[in-house]
Design a protein around this ligand. Structure first.
Ligand SMILES: [Zn+2]
Length: 578
């Protein structure tokens, strides 16, 4: 019975709509009209307008305040922007937001800037508050913490404040860990433990006893044995993440390592109506040194099982190296500065050999996945580009826009290959300013570390570019306005570390906003639906408290998002705007 009726309605609708008018049916009033504003659309044919009309979750029309008002009816909500700026919702192209939210809610947390006294106090209070816990897990200490503080045994230092607990803290990069004696005992890390492939157990120079610091794969071995969050905690983490994201004006995010329980939580919370944004979930693969190809069947199964309306699962994450800080775990083309704890001419670690990586990308391309590859060092970038080039030849497709994450240092010959291979430079502007983490990179690499994150060179070469917070790795907040400011100033938006990092690579506000809106949407494979303000696209937009084009660039980080709309609904309203 329903089919013929549907047909009649479709025919009626066609007859009524097919009048050639740009406006929708006169009887169809807008749900909401935002007028009297500066609306920045990200569309070149109509870069800014005064007003926008929304209906059924979509953008119905854009134009002058007078024209848009005509689309209103009895039930229309009118919002006077009073000159304020509106723009598309932002997309964060690389973060670990649910891990960040879980850490906020449930872990023993201290700031990257924490001193030895701060960490001791935090740990003592976590031990006190959790009398029944076996483990105290948290972080995050800054990458140069042990360079800057003379702590002969990090393990014994923790023992002083641990009581009877096993303690484990991650560093700011998320690649290295710090454990106390009980944590090492419980996870079987002893004097006789060999360094795992792709990792290093740091030891006391005289006795060979592990000193509590675990780099890369050595950390993974321990982390696998940590107690996991419960399903209810994961779901609470997703809800908290969405609340934070919408509050900062994010309506899209690319989860850079969606572990199985996180994927499930995204799916379940979305089914329950709790995901008021788009999430592109990069399905996680085993971390660390790997000699076998990936389990492609498993990845496909997860994709099919957990995709839902706002959760997009055509994405995979592969980690190919570590970080170029003093831990020296990123794969470099030329050696790190010499250091007593590392072999001569040490060039870091590559997790997956080029031939295995090639095989993975071929198989994932055949199955339609976009792959995000963590490549911090220039050797890791180089080998990943080689693998992608070979894969494109084998599959005949180059449309999937794989991403090289961080891409901090690039060999000059590799720069044009991004455009040629349609590979996206997935950059981390939130950290490209003088800071402890950048100092740690300079300490490991010397002066060449003063030339990291060449975004302007990328853009001028025609390479596709993306940006992400990487939160909770390396940055204290998911706040995208921090990253946008740093792209333009290359100075510390928090004002903590003076100076400027490679100012010649600064970009313009227009370029930065494009990266955070339509380019971000493209990385989510949703550019036809969101990322710009255009008739027919999803009504994903934000109202700001200030016009970014009339303020000093150094004030961008203080931007407050007064309202966030997702699919036409208000999903965030700032206190003052209520
Ligand atoms: Zn990351």
């Amino acid at each position: 019975m329903t089919k013929p009726l549907n047909k009649i309605f479709s025919l009626l609708f066609f007859l009524l709509c097919g009048t050639g008018s740009n406006f929708a049916l006169a009887a169809e009033h807008a749900d909401k009209i935002l007028f009297n504003g500066f609306i920045y659309t990200m569309e070149s044919d109509q870069p800014n307008v005064q007003a926008i009309a929304l209906r059924d979750g979509k953008i119905m029309a854009l134009g002058t305040s007078d024209d848009m008002r005509k689309l209103g009816g009895n039930t229309t909500e009118f919002i006077d922007l009073k000159g304020r700026m509106v723009m598309p919702g932002l997309n964060d192209g690389h973060s670990h937001p649910t891990e960040g939210a879980l850490a906020n809610l449930y872990s023993c947390k201290f700031e990257f800037t924490a001193t030895t006294e701060d960490i001791a106090e935090t740990l003592k209070s976590c031990v006190e508050k959790n009398p029944d816990a076996l483990w105290i897990v948290g972080g995050r200490w800054d990458s140069s913490f042990f360079e800057n503080n003379d702590i002969p045994s990090p393990r014994k230092w923790l023992d002083q404040y641990s009581g009877d607990k096993a303690v484990y803290f991650s560093d700011d990069s998320g690649h290295n860990g710090w454990a106390n004696t009980k944590a090492l005992e419980l996870t079987g890390v002893t004097k006789d433990s060999k360094d795992p492939q792709g990792g290093k157990i740091m030891r006391d120079a005289k006795t060979g006893i592990p000193n509590g610091l675990l780099l890369e794969e050595a950390q993974t071995v321990l982390e696998k044995q940590l107690p996991d969050w419960t399903e209810a905690q994961y779901q609470a983490g997703v809800r908290e993440m969405v609340r934070l994201a919408n509050g900062f004006g994010l309506t899209g995010i690319k989860e850079a390592i969606a572990r199985d329980p996180i994927l499930k939580a995204y799916h379940d919370v979305d089914q329950a109506g709790g995901v008021t944004m788009h999430i592109a979930a990069s399905i996680s693969t085993p971390y660390g040194h790997r000699e076998a190809p990936l389990d492609y069947e498993r990845i496909e199964k997860l994709r099919d099982q957990y995709a839902s309306k706002h959760v997009h699962t055509n994405f995979v994450k592969i980690t190919n190296d570590g970080v170029p800080t003093v831990s020296r775990t990123a794969g470099m083309l030329t050696p790190y500065l010499p250091h007593k704890d590392f072999p001569d001419n040490f060039r870091g670690l590559i997790h997956v050999a080029e031939d295995i990586l090639t095989q993975d990308i071929i198989e994932l391309e055949r199955r339609g996945f976009t792959v995000k590859i963590h490549t911090a060092g220039d050797r890791s970038v180089h080998e990943a580009l080689n693998a992608i080039e070979k894969a494109h030849k084998a599959t005949g497709r180059s449309d999937l826009r794989h991403e090289l994450a961080h891409a901090e240092l690039i060999a000059p010959d590799d720069l044009p290959r991004f455009k040629a291979l349609n590979v996206v430079a997935d950059l981390s502007p939130y950290i490209w300013h003088p800071s402890p983490i950048v100092q740690s990179i300079i300490d490991a690499l010397g002066d060449r570390a003063k030339h990291i994150f060449p975004i302007r060179d990328f853009i001028e070469s025609g390479a596709p570019v993306l940006a992400g917070s990487d939160w909770p790795s390396a940055v204290p907040s998911l706040n995208p306005w921090i990253g946008i400011e740093a792209m333009i100033t290359r100075r510390d938006p928090y004002g903590k570390t003076p100076g400027v990092l490679w100012p010649e690579q600064a970009i313009t506000l227009e370029q930065a906003l494009k990266i955070f809106t339509i380019d971000g949407a493209r990385a989510l494979r949703l550019e036809a639906e969101t990322g710009s303000l255009k008739v027919g696209k999803s009504a994903d937009l934000i109202i700001l408290n200030q016009n970014l084009f009339t303020i000093e660039p150094t004030d961008i980080a203080e931007t407050i998002v007064e309202m966030t709309f997702f699919e036409g609904k208000v999903v965030h309203k700032a206190q003052a705007a209520q």
